[in-house]
Design a protein around this ligand. Sequence first.
Ligand SMILES: NC(=O)c1ccc[n+]([C@@H]2O[C@H](COP(=O)([O-])OP(=O)(O)OC[C@H]3O[C@@H](n4cnc5c(N)ncnc54)[C@H](OP(=O)(O)O)[C@@H]3O)[C@@H](O)[C@H]2O)c1
Length: 371
Amino acid sequence: MTETSGTGGTTGESRTSGEVWVVGATGRVGRGVTARLAARGLTVVPVGRSRERMIAAAAEAGLPGDAKVVVAGSAERIAEEIVRERPRVVVNTMGAFAATALVIARACMPGGHYVDQANDVVAVDRLLALHDEAVRAGSALVTGAGFGVLATEAVVAKLCEGRPAPHRVRVDSVASVAIEAGAFGAALAASMVDALAAGGRRYENGRPVTSRLGAGPQQLNLPDGESAKSAGFASGELTAAHAASGAPFVTATSALVPAAPPARALLPPLGRLLSVPALRSFAAGRLARVRIKAAPRPRTHSWGHAVVEWEDGTRREGWLRAGDGMDYTAGVTAAVTELLARGVGRPGAWTPAAALGADLATTAGGTFVLD
Ligand SMILES: NC(=O)c1ccc[n+]([C@@H]2O[C@H](COP(=O)([O-])OP(=O)(O)OC[C@H]3O[C@@H](n4cnc5c(N)ncnc54)[C@H](OP(=O)(O)O)[C@@H]3O)[C@@H](O)[C@H]2O)c1
């Protein structure tokens, strides 16, 4: 194994090496992505804050014994290494995307590509705002490359294919995830706290408006006979469903948001508390250290769902079925990364189906169930 030396590797301003860097290769998503990309023959470089853990991650993923690793412990330090070495694609699984995504994505430009799994609305909207910069730089930046965003965005795109823009869209995201024993983890804790702090949002007359966190609770009868409850929050799914459909009225719910009345009543005050930055980082820090027990996934499948309505009264409904939501996320990120590494994809900042088409959802292991 070799650490980067900080010399060489730069191939010119807009040219990149053939390497794919995985930031957070020891994490749950990062491990899955590293193993999948290594198995597909890509030159994968684990990036993280501990040399020992990166070497172990490389070995676990089946990378060769002399595989390169990069040691850097903050988005800023990682960005410096990217600028120096110009990898072709950087996968960011370190979380806290509202803070880390822009720093790392900007370092990939010009010419390099970027992928993350953000699904809080702040992080997704910030990354998408880099679109013009990315086009000029010849870089593809893909955010929301996970169950959250793709599983609903792809269904909306399928239902709207070849039709005029609908009037109203609702998307529901029902991830089913097995829990690994251990600490909750900083990345997931930051995502949950950021999502709560972002509150609720919907599109009305084509504009994003604030709504109550936990609004519009749904009781969903899933196609496999199981059921789930979900409620509204300001997710990347909302942004993507609006962009994919062009509908003026869009709402998004998630099964991660408690839909039962007592818990739902607590969400708005909790969200307001967490909008104070000091309280937010305190809460994320505490949550990250919470020890959790292993548990099987609560439902057989993860489901993305969309209901699309046109002004003439036409209504279409569809689902995307996947297995464990975390495994599917690793599958989506790996599929997007491989395509970008092989030169497929357009410059710009995108959600995954917007970048690479709705069938990416099946390439990554999902199955459409459309009416
Ligand atoms: N869109 C979706 O559907 C979806 C699905 C699943 C996950 N996610 C999101 O994806 C992210 C990753 O999830 P996960 O479950 O894989 O998290 P995780 O297991 O906690 O992994 C996070 C990784 O990031 C690394 N990391 C954290 N802080 C770092 C720093 N300052 N510098 C360098 N590396 C750092 C960690 O390294 P150490 O070993 O040093 O701690 C670890 O390897 C989370 O934000 C999560 O919310 C999204």
